[in-house]
Ligand binder design. Structure first.
Ligand SMILES: Nc1ncnc2c1ncn2[C@@H]1O[C@H](COP(=O)(O)OP(=O)(O)OP(=O)(O)O)[C@@H](O)[C@H]1O
Length: 254
């Protein structure tokens, strides 16, 4: 079975290099968390995977599909949920899901059934027929998530999906994602909530200064640091190590 996501040598520069030759391999059904300080390059990596940004170099394969050569087929198999939900104000959640399902040409009966399921799972049923224009940011985030899942993607990519959600809503989103991974769907998400990565992710990748500086299970990361400690300590240690190595390589290059 091909990897859910395989990235090799992924590189991107804006005014300066921000993603510097990242290799990543994520298996089907894995829950993978991408951590890193602000500006490390996490969103840029995920936007390239989602086909929203063209890499300068490197390759991206999604379930065996070359995402750069055949972006449409790759997009059919994945969902992208950004941290800024884009939902049409003048549609209700049900109408929005119907619209998105239509774009993906999902069978209407199947689409209606999954829309109701998702709305119910995410606690949106009381608002299913209200216009999204009046919704809070958290409610919009849930509608956007439902919209991303309505075509039954095999790979779900989420950028900070839990920011701004209250405890109840965060639980609903986590439950949906867990249910998906137990059904073999792959989830990749960025988060600054280390407790979420610690509890939910099977593997964690740490990005600093545009490079993947460490990855593994929590236990493997602890072994690398050489002591029994929290993910927060591990994260801070790894990022400090990464910054030191980056500054040494810049000095060597100078
Ligand atoms: N469209 C763009 N044009 C110019 N620079 C950009 C653009 N998008 C991102 N950058 C820069 O690339 C770097 C990496 O940004 P990115 O959003 O990928 O980081 P991040 O790890 O997701 O950060 P955060 O945790 O704060 O969301 C930042 O310095 C950012 O300013």
């Amino acid at each position: 079975m091909p990897a859910a996501l395989s990235i090799s040598g992924l590189t991107k520069a804006f005014e300066r290099p921000v993603v510097k030759g990242v290799d990543l391999m994520i298996g089907a059904g894995e829950f993978y968390a991408l951590l890193g300080p602000n500006g490390a390059g996490k969103t840029t990596i995920l936007r390239m995977v989602a086909g929203l940004l063209k890499p300068d170099a490197g390759s991206i394969s999604i379930l065996g599909i070359d995402a750069l050569a055949d972006p449409v087929s790759a997009k059919r198999r994945m969902a992208w949920v950004s941290d800024e939900p884009m939902v049409y104000d003048r549609l209700t959640p049900l109408e929005y899901l119907d619209f998105v399902a239509g774009l993906w040409q999902v069978d209407p009966t199947r689409a209606r059934q999954s829309a109701h399921e998702l709305i119910d799972w995410l606690g949106l049923s009381p608002h299913a027929n209200e216009l999204c224009g009046g919704f809070s940011k958290g409610m919009l985030q849930k509608v956007a998530l439902a919209g991303a899942l309505v075509h039954d993607p095999d790979l779900i990519i989420l950028d900070e999906p839990l920011t701004g959600l209250d405890a109840g809503s965060a639980r609903q989103v986590k439950d949906v994602l867990r249910t998906k991974t137990s059904a073999g769907v792959t989830v990749i998400m960025t988060t600054h909530i280390l407790e979420v990565a610690e509890r939910m992710a099977e593997r964690i990748g740490v990005i600093a200064e545009g490079r993947l500086i460490a990855e593994g299970t929590l236990e493997e990361l602890r072994t690398r640091i050489g002591r029994e400690t929290t993910l927060e300590e591990i994260f801070l240690d790894l990022v400090a190590q990464g910054a030191a190595e980056d500054s040494l390589s810049k000095q060597d290059a100078a």
